[in-house]
Write a protein that binds this ligand. Structure first.
Ligand code: GAL
Length: 991
């Protein structure tokens, strides 16, 4: 029995590259899609060094190069897999929605780079009784010849294409030629928000496929409400004598195929008795082997069932909560080429940060990723390689989703997605694609998917009426609208039947919390809604990783490049830098916040330190895999610590446990109790002791210093300045010029921050509202300047009155700085009084100070060790911290406001030498930033190497700060986190 269909659909006649590239249909000549199997038969990787020739266009590409005999002696060598832009050919280019070429489907520009790849390889006889050549990913359009025979063409860059090479492959040397064009008609279907990166970027493999071997397998492993595993196996072709066995379950059967469908046979459904079900929390896999006289094929099987009931998505009967991320494939040094090691690192990092779900935005991932997801435990929304967002401009005219001529290509993409990944327990939904408008072709893709795999759900976000999907999915919706959806009170659809259908669907945010630059703000508000309303089943942060490309300055300093850095004429700048981790997998503060917000255990400590409460928020597992530890800390560090015995809490249950007296006895001012839940044993993704969840209780940290002022100090003129206790003031500006022997400039009111990506965004929830950064810019905040109005001294008090204004405008802020001293300590009370005429918000009310650059070390009491803004920093803990000025900074790829430490009651600024000078600030709940360069330098910088220190330590103490929000794509700072211009008083004591 020949497992392979014929090569009949290959275009006859000579190959015409231009015609091929503008054909909107699928590729030609390839075999029907199937699962990515470990076949148990010989395979041979063809990865490695290939000969390579780069041309700027099809017209200028070499001719005749497909011929077996061809002199490629002058060609270069290129590794396969690769994105050729990373090897000196052409340059990467980035666009989000817009196409980098005229919107003129199905045509593409004449300047269409072409990469010709040639490989000569020897094979042994094991491949001569039938073989298949497999390409796992080739961007964008491939034409493939073996030994001078045209095998066919590929369309669908991140999809597998296989070719039958039986009878063409020969013993000894074979010549494989692959021409890759960067653009084709199918580029219109791959308008994802990412770098355009041509090349053979995934593996190339030769697989033996002799007569009477298994071509494809579809394993249906179910889990019943009674805890029983079921198994049905579909095999193509339906060979006799296939023995299926699962050692762990004592199962072994010769499969008989009672049904036949297409070229395949389907076995009966076997009831396997009790099994351990698969879930992301407990990813139990069994090894199924399918043995024929020719091969033994191992398959990892996870038993689980997915259903939708009562507007809830359930796995094995229990509702799920997605703590998800969107994941593109990117490497800062190789483009879209990923190693196993990188994939393992990414997934372990996700697990370690309480992430349980991935949407493979916006194409099927490297096949190995799904094997790892099965093993480590993730819920996957597996998305088809399909996006046409650029058609939105012009109201979706000509959108492929609605154009009959694209139907075949779209069905082909969907089939390739589903068939490749159909055996993975981790894949619980197939997604039709992203941002491809609406149209009957999407419906056809959904119908085909449902018919082929009725046991999974279909997802698509772009059609809000949801007629052919199983979940209602949206992106970047405000918490207010999410709440309405949670209550099933969303605005109705005009069609009543459709409305009823949609209202009974579970809801997910397939994208939210846009992690671009400093942020995302407001994560907690979403999580609170997910917790409250059963219909809301969580979301997927946009996105997991930044797509920075590593570059070096002439003197070797590394930095990440973004759109526009490679001379692109059309690009979308740093919109490609929006991840929870950097391109080299360094966690950004947003990842730490996400970990805290989605922690699967809610711990709470009573204010009297007598009780701890635990709510198990896992969907399946109890808490037996966790240990509990406690630490009491004070200003000098850890004071006592121990472990806690807390009864095991079942999934969904809550417990309260009494804390032992030795903890309760520690309750005192300036002490903080932290209780953590940590892994009791090593997991494949984190070692024993790794923290999963925590809670704190503590009293105010360092109390404000009470000034004992008797009599009060006199202000005396000295060297043209004014001496007041330990401080010297400039009579020209009214600012401090020295404290003790340390030169200082300040305080100086600042209302400005270097705009974050979110400050620069358009608040989606307030259509038409101006961007926060524009409001602040047009109010003149970057140009705020002071005028000393008066400086008076009276009974131990120095009063400095300054008016701050901006050029052109009348609006201003008056600040009365009132200083008191006892000779050693210096107290500042600053009263801020704005005039009318300011805009709706200010980014901050802060006071700038400048110290000599050697003051580069800080210690503080407050939240740390990381940054915190009003709507971020959930990961920050109360405590006592130290850092160098460099450690305070978050190296955002496009520099912007960062690094604020909040809730501070004490701050000490010191030089790096021990015993050197230091200055302390005591206050009540302020924030600070400290940087070796000014806000102007931070604002002007485009990349991290632009941040050049100026020899000054720039300290800003903030009385109030505006929230961060996620307006870079989504809602801005929520009303409760906005800072409206207003009066206020800020007090701080210097010592
Ligand atoms: C969404 C889109 C993503 C990404 C994101 C913004 O609209 O689906 O691919 O572009 O916006 O970063």
């Amino acid at each position: 029995m020949n497992p392979l269909p014929s090569r009949a659909n290959l275009a006859a006649g000579p190959y015409d590259p231009m015609m091929e590239l503008t054909n909107p249909g699928p590729g030609t000549g390839s075999l029907p899609p199937r699962a990515h199997l470990e076949t148990g038969l010989p395979t041979r990787s063809l990865n490695g060094d290939w000969r390579f020739h780069y041309s700027e266009s099809v017209a200028s590409a070499p001719t005749g190069m497909e011929k077996e005999v061809f002199n490629d002696g002058a060609w270069d060598t290129l590794p396969v897999p690769s994105s050729w832009n990373f090897h000196g050919y052409g340059a990467p280019s980035y666009t989000n929605v817009q196409f980098p070429f005229p919107l003129d489907p199905p045509f593409v520009p004449d300047a269409n780079p072409v990469g010709d790849h040639r490989l000569t390889f020897d094979v042994g006889t094991e491949f001569l009784h039938g073989a298949v050549l497999r390409f796992d990913g080739l961007d964008n359009a491939g034409t493939i010849w073996l030994n001078g025979h045209l095998l066919g063409t590929t369309r669908g860059s991140k999809l597998v294409h296989e070719f039958d090479v039986t009878g063409i492959l020969r013993a000894g040397a074979n010549v494989l030629v692959v021409r890759v064009a960067q653009f084709s008609a199918s580029s219109y279907l791959e308008d994802q928000d990412a770098w355009w990166l041509p090349g053979i970027f995934r593996d190339v493999t030769l697989l033996a496929q002799p007569q009477a071997s298994i071509w494809d397998v579809f394993v249906h492993a179910g889990y019943t409400v009674d805890g029983v595993g079921t198994l049905r196996v579909e095999i193509s072709p339906p060979l006799p004598d296939v023995v299926a066995s699962i050692a762990g379950l004592g199962f072994s059967e010769v499969l008989e195929f009672s049904q036949q469908q297409g070229g395949s046979g389907i076995s009966k459904s076997f009831e396997l008795g009790p099994v351990e079900p698969w879930s992301a929390e407990s990813p139990t896999l069994y090894e199924l082997t399918l043995a024929t006289p020719l091969q033994t094929m191992p398959l990892k099987v996870g038993f689980r069932s997915i259903t939708v009931h009562d507007a809830q998505l359930k796995l094995n009967g229990a509702p799920l909560l997605f703590r998800g991320v969107n994941r593109h494939e990117h490497n800062p040094d190789r483009g879209r080429v990923l190693s196993r090691e990188q994939m393992v690192n990414e997934l372990c990092l996700m697990k370690a940060h309480n992430i349980n779900a991935i949407r493979t935005a916006h194409y099927p991932p490297h096949p190995m990723l799904l094997e790892l997801a099965d093993e480590l435990g993730f819920y996957i929304i597996d998305e088809c390689d399909y996006e046409t967002h650029g058609f939105e401009d012009g109201d979706w005219a000509g959108n492929p989703s609605a154009e009959p001529r694209y139907l075949e290509a779209l069905l082909d993409r969907m089939r390739r997605t589903v068939e490749r990944d159909k055996n993975h327990p981790s894949v619980i939904m197939f997604s039709l694609g992203n941002e491809a408008g609406t149209g009957p072709n999407l419906q056809a893709m959904a119908q085909w998917t449902k018919a082929r795999d009725p046991e999974r759900l279909v997802h698509y976000e772009g059609d809000w009426a949801c007629p052919y999907v199983d979940v209602y999915s949206r992106m970047y919706v405000s918490p207010a609208e999410v709440e309405l959806i949670g209550r099933q009170k969303e605005a109705p659809l005009p069609d009543q039947d459709q409305d009823r259908h949609r209202r009974n669907l579970p809801f997910i945010l397939c994208e939210y919390a846009h992690a671009m630059g400093n942020g995302p703000g407001g994560l907690q508000e979403y999580q609170d809604l997910f917790d409250r309303y059963p219909r809301l089943q969580g979301g997927f942060v946009w996105e997991w990783m930044e797509h920075g490309i590593r570059q070096h300055t002439p003197d070797g300093e590394a930095y990440f490049a973004y759109g526009g850095d490679f001379g692109e004429s059309v690009h979308d700048g740093n919109f490609v830098i929006d991840g929870l981790v950097s391109a080299d997998l360094e966690p950004r503060p947003g990842l730490l916040d996400y970990k805290k917000v989605v922690e699967p255990l809610a711990l709470g400590i009573s204010t009297d330190w007598r009780e701890v409460s635990i709510r198990n928020k896992y969907d399946f597992v109890d808490t037996s895999h966790l240990n509990y530890t406690w630490v009491v800390a004070g200003p000098k560090g850890m004071m006592s610590a121990g472990t806690l015995n807390i009864p095991v809490t079942a999934a969904g249950a809550s417990t309260t446990a009494e804390l032992p007296p030795e903890i309760t006895a520690e309750l005192a001012p300036e002490r903080v109790l932290t209780i953590s839940a940590t892994l009791a044993a090593d997991e494949p993704w984190a070692p024993a002791g790794h923290e999963i969840a925590w809670a704190q209780q503590g009293l105010p940290l360092v109390p404000i210093v009470e000034l004992q002022i008797q009599g009060g100090a006199e202000a005396v003129a000295q060297d043209g300045n004014l001496r007041f206790g330990p401080a010297t003031f400039s009579v020209a500006t009214g600012e401090l010029c020295a404290f003790k022997s340390v030169p200082v400039n300040g305080p100086r009111l600042t209302l400005w921050r270097s705009p974050t990506d979110n400050d620069k965004g358009k608040d989606h929830s307030q259509p038409g509202s101006p961007r926060a950064a524009d409001i602040w810019q047009s109010a003149g905040l970057p140009l705020l300047q002071g005028r000393l109005r008066s400086m008076t001294h009276d009974s131990g008090t120095l009063a400095v009155r300054v008016r701050y204004g901006v050029p052109v405008a009348r609006h201003h802020v008056d600040v009365d700085y009132v200083w008191r001293t006892n000779g050693t300590l210096l107290e500042l009370t600053a009263h801020v009084e704005p005039s009318a005429g300011w805009g709706v918000s200010w980014p901050r009310v802060g006071f700038d100070f400048e110290f000599p650059g050697e003051f580069s070390c800080v210690s503080w009491a407050g939240f740390g060790p990381g940054q915190k803004y009003p709507d971020t920093g959930m990961a920050a803990q109360r405590g006592w911290f130290s850092a160098s000025i460099a450690e305070l900074a978050v190296p955002y790829v496009r520099p912007q406001e960062n690094g604020a430490r909040a809730g501070v009651t004490w701050l000490e600024l010191a030089t790096a030498q021990t015993g050197g000078e230091s200055i302390s600030f005591h206050g009540e709940d302020f924030s600070f930033t400290l940087r070796p360069y000014s806000q102007q330098v931070l604002t002007a910088a485009r990349h991290t190497p632009d941040l050049v220190a100026d020899g000054i330590s720039h300290l800003t103490l903030d009385a109030a700060v505006h929230g961060i929000g996620t307006a870079s794509c989504g809602p801005g700072a929520l009303p409760q986190y906005q800072l409206a211009p207003g009066s206020g008083t800020f007090t701080v004591v210097l010592s």
